[in-house]
Design a binder for this molecule. Structure first.
Ligand SMILES: O=C1C[C@@](O)(C(=O)O)C[C@@H](O)[C@@H]1O
Length: 521
């Protein structure tokens, strides 16, 4: 990513406040302080019936944190539609009354300067941020640098550049300009694909990160609470190794809540972030050496194999990779599968715990000879099918895509059925049922795979790879009819433990990780 001197500016976490009334703004400021923000950005264009003098005075006399005021016009993505002079005079007044920062759009800067000169009143300490919002695809690096030069030429104390990334690969351009500004530069991209521009900026030379208040989510901005609990960006520096979850969607993942605290616990300088990826080819050809490894989630576990330089034999035979490590000695991407052992050992341990070891016979695994009914033949399903087969189970596979079910069944000498047949399928007593589809995952928690209610009680154990919620509807119903149930949370924990070992070369702190999962999931 070019030379990346880490910013000399101390890290600042800023909470955006977009409320309609001043009382609410003051409450939000309290909340922001309690949740660890260093500064708040108050959008004046969101206040209804805004009376500059009264409102600014009330806000500033009650301020708990440094305040940045913006007053965004419609032409730059804000709500203000009135006269430009009135808008700029309000910002000038904010400076006069003691604002710590005000944000002026690059296009409005010369008018603002004239107003400042006419008023001849300057605040002692307030800083001017000149900003520019670029809609559409993020411009090239040299176009962005030109914009930075233009903004710097205004004499601003700080400059701010915001883009609206349509693809995660655009963020590389944001990172690449961070070290080149002569004044402190705030640069990021909004939207889901832009989240890493906030989270990784301290590594690449940025210093200003937005974090949202509880109950005020903004796509592409991490919640303040997650910044505090998971990321702790104050520990991130140039040497921090970045790991990411490649998935689409990716926001549901609890990986950051587990991996980041575990890295810190093990004193490993690493960071784990969600990466919303639309196109694997673009992604890997853009980020050629920036990241140290990846988890791979839905829907890429099979497709990602062709982007690995080497694939571990187990992952190769399964045909699905959920973990990639960039090998330090040669930078090659090596793919692994930690889902398989994670899921199968979770099921085996639950059977052993319940004393289900087949009539006292000593078998290598409590899964040996059992019927293993698998629903879903995608990446996670493949891992379960190969794992069950390796333990001597007889595998039956249901999938909405019958061809996919057939191809997996032939790889594990199993039987394939169309998903529709699940509703009338009668398992033998003692069988295992495993859901490896996303059915029942948050927010669709009322859904469950269409297994017949009457046949549910025939299963000795029901497993659900879905881990949000911990107890899916399928597992609740299985509990009610007396089956042993295993939550996807257990698989999630185990696959993540193995990932930690591969990512860091250290031994995962098992007890610590389990505690996090028990308390936070
Ligand atoms: O299936 C999963 C879940 C996951 O994608 C997540 O949501 O964090 C992470 C992957 O490593 C794992 O194989």
């Amino acid at each position: 990513m070019g030379s990346n001197e880490v910013s000399a500016e101390p890290l600042m976490i800023c909470a955006p406040i977009r409320s309609q009334c001043v009382e609410q703004i003051l409450k939000n400021m309290h909340q922001a302080k309690a949740q660890g923000a260093d500064v708040v950005e108050i959008s004046l264009d969101h206040i209804t019936n805004f009376h500059p003098h009264n409102h600014l005075q009330t806000i500033l006399t009650n301020k708990l944190l440094p305040i940045l005021f913006s007053y965004r016009p419609k032409w730059e993505g804000g709500l203000y539609e009135g006269d430009e002079n009135i808008r700029l005079e309000a910002l000038q007044l904010a400076m006069e009354l003691g604002a710590d920062f005000i944000d002026i759009e690059l296009k409005a800067f010369s008018c603002f300067k004239t107003i400042m000169e006419q008023k001849k009143k300057h605040s002692n300490h307030g800083k001017i941020i000149v900003s520019s919002y670029v809609d559409g695809v993020t411009p090239t690096t040299s176009e962005l640098l030109n914009l930075v030069t233009l903004m710097q030429a205004t004499g601003a104390d700080m400059i701010k550049l915001v883009t609206n990334a349509e693809d995660i690969t655009e963020i590389k351009r944001i990172f690449s300009i961070l070290p080149y500004s002569k004044v402190p530069l705030i640069a990021y991209s909004v939207g889901d694909r832009g989240l890493i521009s906030q989270l990784l900026c301290p590594k690449f030379g940025g210093f200003f990160v937005y974090g949202t208040l509880d109950g005020n989510p903004v796509p592409g901005m991490p919640p303040l609470e997650t910044l505090q609990e998971a990321y702790k960006l104050e520990h991130v520096n140039e040497a921090t190794k970045v790991f990411g979850l490649i998935s689409k969607p990716v926001g549901h993942s609890k990986g950051p809540l587990l991996h980041n605290p575990t890295f810190r616990h093990a004193k490993f300088n690493g960071m784990y972030v969600p990466m919303f990826v639309d196109d694997l080819k673009e992604f890997f050809s853009t980020y050629t050496s920036d990241f140290a490894g990846y988890s791979v989630g839905f829907p890429y576990k099979e497709k990602v194999l062709s982007f690995c330089d080497e694939v571990h034999p187990l992952a190769q035979s399964i045909g699905a990779v959920n973990t990639i490590v960039r090998r330090p000695i040669d930078g090659k991407l090596v793919g692994y599968n930690t889902d398989c052992e994670g899921a199968i050992t979770a099921i085996e341990d639950a059977l052993i715990e319940h004393g289900c070891n087949d009539g006292g016979e000593v078998l290598s695994s409590p899964l040996a000879r059992r019927l293993f009914v698998l629903v879903g033949a995608g990446g996670a399903g493949r891992a379960l099918a190969f794992g069950a087969k390796s333990r001597g189970s007889r595998v039956v596979i249901f999938d909405i895509d019958f061809e996919r079910a057939k191809s997996l069944a032939s790889a594990v000498s199993g039987e394939a059925w169309h998903y529709k047949a699940l509703a009338s399928f009668e398992p033998e007593k003692g069988a295992i049922l495993a859901n490896a589809t996303p059915i029942g995952m948050h927010p669709n928690i009322g859904d469950r795979i269409s297994v017949a209610e009457a046949s549910l009680k025939e299963y000795e154990l029901v497993f659900d790879a879905v881990y949000t919620p911990r107890k899916t509807r399928l597992l609740k119903e299985a509990d009610e009819v007396g089956a042993i149930t295993v939550s996807g949370v257990e698989m999630f924990l185990r696959q993540a433990r193995a990932q930690f070992n591969l990512f860091t070369g250290l031994q995962a702190p098992e007890h610590f990780m389990r505690e996090i999962v028990l308390s936070k999931f």
